[in-house]
Design a protein around this ligand. Structure first.
Ligand code: TTP
Ligand code: MG
Length: 375
């Protein structure tokens, strides 16, 4: 096993800086085809095959969407969020597997523990990606060595591959990790940021989706370079104040610090029924009301969450809780409703219920990196 240097112990051959460097160096790790790779790891007969994680396609008539797929399946045009029925048309011979969220959450937690244990400032941003502030490495040469060792270590320890980007800020590091997937390593030094970003389509900027892309195109903005150079007043006129942060991202000048969110730890609401109940309609309506309430709190605090927990107390006071972590942070209500319904369904064994509750946790504050154009 390769040992990965911590901030105070860069490899012996590498210079240890005498003082903290002025410019930060940010590393972004993103696992390759994460859910699919975890499945391939436990069933080696799936290696090198097109594997799609999503509900059963039922001969092309199945419902549901693709969570992700192996790179072999991507060669057929299959992508995340595509209906499984469409994926089936593109590649009927692919192996379609239902997602095993509990397994992916466990593997993710182990990977994140490893990354956190390296001792750098750390920020997890989704189930399979995290940032490290590796500024103490002192130079991009040392940073590249560290990045390669992190990749080796993840492969050795977990039998999974990841891609890594290293850059002076979070957004550029994230775009860099996506640049040469899978197993990619892209290092963008400060003087190379503009050259790296300028030719990219605007969609590469995190937060710019299909709709924003179309709106930008109406202004003749196709590349990140076009966006960086565009008149800011015109952009503000079209998109409002969020245009300022968007242009900062396009210019690669967002060098905000990495901060793990340390504020509110959880937002929760629970209800005790006047009389113990097993009425599914009452349980479902109560859960909806609780989802509304926690969602309102979330919005008041300007937070995005990743983990939903449902608590159920049965007649006789026995209490159970069950949690599920989403693949990425969100501030929308729908995942609270769907996830809490699934969890309640999984725990409800037909006994009468005295109390139910919903708790949200694993937060991050909204920040420009997650910014969208609000369209
Ligand atoms: P991603 O990192 O976006 O995708 P990925 O790891 O599968 O592939 P890549 O090599 O391009 O990084 O997302 C991480 C996991 O989140 C992914 O394995 C499954 C889940 N996910 C969904 O469930 N739905 C989605 O729409 C996306 C994009 C991801
Ligand atoms: Mg990934």
């Amino acid at each position: 096993m390769t040992s990965v240097p911590g901030p105070g112990s860069c490899p012996a051959t590498l210079p240890v800086p005498r003082e903290l460097p002025r410019e930060q160096i940010i590393l972004h790790v993103d696992m390759d085809s994460f859910y699919a790779s975890v499945e391939v790891r436990r069933r080696s007969e799936l290696r090198n095959k097109p594997v799609v994680i999503g509900a059963d396609p039922k001969g092309g008539r199945g419902r549901g969407v693709v969570c992700t797929c192996s790179y072999e399946a991507r060669a057929f045009g299959i992508r995340s969020a595509m209906p499984v029925s469409q994926a089936y048309v593109l590649c009927p011979q692919a192996v379609f597997l239902p997602p095993d969220f509990d397994l992916y959450s466990r593997v993710s937690a182990e990977i994140m523990d490893l990354l956190r244990s390296l001792g750098y400032r750390f920020l997890q941003v989704s189930i399979d990606e995290a940032f490290l502030d590796i500024s103490p490495c002192g130079s991009y040469g040392s940073a590249a060595v560290l990045a390669g060792r992190i990749q080796e270590m993840i492969t050795c320890r977990f039998g999974l591959t990841c891609s890594v980007g290293v850059a002076p800020g979070k957004t550029v590091a994230k775009i860099a990790s996506d640049h040469k997937k899978p197993c990619g390593l892209t290092v963008v030094e400060p003087q190379g940021v503009r050259q790296f970003l300028e030719p990219m389509p605007v969609r590469k900027i995190p937060g710019v989706g299909k709709k924003s892309e179309a709106q930008l195109l109406e202004l003749g903005i196709r590349t990140v370079g076009d966006l960086a150079a565009h008149d800011i007043q015109t952009l503000i006129g079209r998109f409002g104040r969020s245009a300022v942060s968007l242009q900062v991202l396009a210019r690669g000048t967002d060098t905000g610090e990495l901060e793990e969110y340390n504020g509110v730890k959880s937002v929760s609401r629970e209800t005790t029924f006047e009389a113990d109940t097993d009425d599914p309609d009452l349980l479902s309506a109560t859960l909806e009301a609780l989802a509304d309430a926690v969602h309102r709190n979330l919005a008041e605090e300007s937070l995005r969450f990743r983990t939903v927990t449902v608590k159920i107390r049965y007649q006789g006071f026995q209490t159970r809780t069950k949690s599920r972590s989403l693949s990425r942070f969100t501030d929308s209500k729908d995942p609270i409703r769907t996830c809490s319904k699934t969890l309640l369904h999984e725990m409800n064994d037909g006994r009468k219920v005295r109390l139910i509750g919903i708790r949200l946790s694993s937060f991050e504050k909204q920040d420009p990196y997650q910014m969208t154009l609000g369209v």
